[in-house]
Design a protein. Structure first.
Lengths: 242, 339
């Protein structure tokens, strides 16, 4: 690519990061980024610096610098059933957007987590001596999943959210939460069917206990957002297919 | 007529004590709030801002058949209701409705002699009622009557509740001047914006709400009531024996905990300091899960693997505190499950 072309791409990249990119520029950028390794790395750096500025890296910036998730994402894309984009001629405008979007969704499936419900404020590697975690079972198809990677992949994507609201579908829907201001910045929202269904039950139980044992009884139940897992899955799927 | 002066005196005292109502101490107002949460009968609408989301709810609340009944209707999103009828709590959806029942917690040493579980060394005791809770709470919070305000078109008393250590959040409470009902509450972290705000936008104190007001709305299915024999069957007791190695000062184990028949193997114990509460769940697992700390508004949830057991702490407490609680849970015994 000529230097001028790269400059323009860089500008477009910044625009994308700031959420000010036009439809046309986005298409061009997506086309270029496929073939341009340098542009790809630039995007990665932009995201990383954005994450650092927002204080999302929690001192792990160096570790993330060289994370290459593209291979794992590609693998996951290959494993993923094809999205029937062409079957929907009406959504031509959207089909331009489906690429980054689908990638995010697939990246989520790499970490065996669809985003819903609870917002993670920190994660610890499990004690692998006790055997593999069921939570990671679904990720076993993709090469070399390690528990630490899901966390590290996230900031690369979280910066995309302002760009296209669709890029983080689930965090935009009814089930997504974000923390107002609570200590460390949350790193990601993930949904793990095993853990979250249990967590939601725990949450309901806790609300009942709190209502019975604290002075203010109404608010605990107000907190309970009763989640119907099938509806969530549907929401995820609908978003994917749009 | 010798009794006239006394009558007059009585009248004077009555007149004098009248404005004192508004000058009650913060503790007295909190006491009033507690009483209202048991005895007041009201319905209204409120908004809840939690974790960056705004939720609107309709609420019905009344003492019925000697117990607190409550119905919380989600007005936006997927239709859902939480209906609490005394000890029973129903979570009602169009599908997948579920029921929890409040049972004597397996932790309540005063009520159930421990079998193989030594609670003697446990740092917690059980307290009888929330009334005592407020008194006990004054050792861990500072209450201050800040002034008067207006919420839901009603005059309100504003009370600031400040924690005396880092293991609990502070609160700003607006109480209805007429009834003591909590009209608005803010959960405040040590620094920064409130984690959670709930506020009535409309409240009517009504004389009587009937059982019919506590039934699920249209298109929602209440879970099938248990048959008599099912209901009388005791819940299977969890086969996990555990002990809290550390809880923050002032948090004591409540005697009852909400359990579901769907999850009989989970051991549940709730701790409260009168204002905040957290619940510890212990469940035997074949394989460990990813350990995590998550939050949702003021509520935090912490997962930890301990001796083939998943320990989960859920509560309105700071994340660091919840993590410490979870990490200090001691698993005493896990019996092999028969499947």
């Amino acid at each position: 690519m000529s230097e001028k072309g790269l400059d323009r791409s860089s500008e477009e990249l910044s625009a994308l990061l700031d959420g000010e990119i036009s439809e046309l520029e986005l298409r061009r950028l997506l086309k270029n980024i496929e073939s341009d390794q340098e542009l790809c790395q630039k995007w990665s750096r932009y995201q990383l610096s954005s994450a650092i500025l927002k204080g999302q890296t929690r001192g792990k910036a160096l570790e993330w610098q060289n994370v290459d998730i593209s291979a794992r994402v590609q693998q996951a894309v290959a494993d993923e059933p094809a999205l029937e984009v062409s079957a929907k001629p009406k959504s031509r405008i959207r089909s331009g957007l489906i690429k980054p979007f689908a990638n995010v969704a697939v990246a989520a499936s790499v970490s065996a987590a669809v985003i819903v419900g609870w917002q993670s404020v920190g994660q610890q590697p499990i004690n692998t001596a006790n055997g593999p975690a069921p939570a990671l079972a679904a990720a076993s198809a993709s090469p070399g999943p390690s528990v630490a990677t899901p966390v590290s992949t996230v900031p690369l994507y979280s910066g995309q959210q302002p760009t296209s609201p669709r890029a983080m579908p689930v965090s935009q829907n009814n089930f997504g939460y974000s923390v107002l201001n609570q200590g460390p910045q949350p790193e990601m929202i993930r949904y793990n069917p095993d853990v979250d269904d249990r967590l939601n039950y725990y949450f309901l139980s806790h609300s009942g206990n709190a209502a019975a044992n604290t002075a203010s009884s109404v608010s605990p139940y107000g907190r309970v957002i009763t989640i119907n897992p099938t509806a969530e899955e549907k929401a995820v799927r609908v978003n994917l297919e749009q | 007529m010798k009794c006239w002066p006394q009558l007059l005196l009585g009248l004077v005292i009555t007149i004098h004590s009248w404005p004192v109502v508004a000058q009650d101490s913060a503790e007295q107002w909190l006491q009033k709030m507690v009483t209202a949460s048991h005895e007041a009968s009201f319905k209204g609408r409120l908004v809840l801002l939690s974790g960056g989301r705004l939720i609107s709810l309709a609420v019905f609340h009344a003492p019925i058949q000697g117990q607190v009944w409550e119905r919380v209707v989600h007005l936006s999103g997927e239709p859902a209701e939480i209906i609490r009828q005394g000890d029973r709590t129903f979570s009602v959806h169009r599908m997948n409705s579920s029921q929890l029942s409040s049972h004597v917690s397996d932790a309540a040493p005063a009520l159930k002699p421990p079998s193989g579980l030594s609670t003697a060394g446990s740092p917690v005791q059980k307290w009888e009622s929330i009334q005592q809770g407020i008194q006990a709470a004054s050792r861990y919070y500072r209450f201050e009557l800040v002034g008067e305000d207006r919420v839901a078109g009603r005059p309100a008393i504003l009370i600031e509740v400040e924690p005396l250590d880092l293991h609990r959040y502070g609160y700003t409470l607006w109480l209805d001047e007429e009834s003591g009902v909590l009209l608005r509450s803010q959960t405040n972290p040590l620094k920064g914006d409130p984690l959670e705000i709930f506020e009535f936008v409309q409240l009517s104190l009504v004389d009587e709400l009937s059982v019919g007001d506590f039934q699920a709305g249209e298109n929602l299915k209440m879970p099938k009531p248990l048959s008599r024999s099912e209901a009388e069957q005791p819940l299977p007791i969890s086969d996990i024996r555990w002990q809290a190695g550390w809880v923050p000062d002032g948090f004591v184990a409540a005697g009852r905990a909400a359990l579901s028949r769907q999850y009989p193997t989970v051991s549940v114990r709730t701790y409260s300091d009168g204002l905040a509460a957290f619940t510890v769940f212990c469940e035997a697992l074949d394989a460990p899960v990813t350990e995590s700390t998550s939050s949702r508004g003021a509520t935090v949830a912490v997962n930890r693997n301990r001796d083939k057991t998943l320990v989960t702490v859920v509560g309105e407490i700071p994340a660091v505190t919840a993590e410490k609680i979870a990490e200090n849970v001691k698993i005493l015994a896990v019996n092999e499950r028969t499947r």
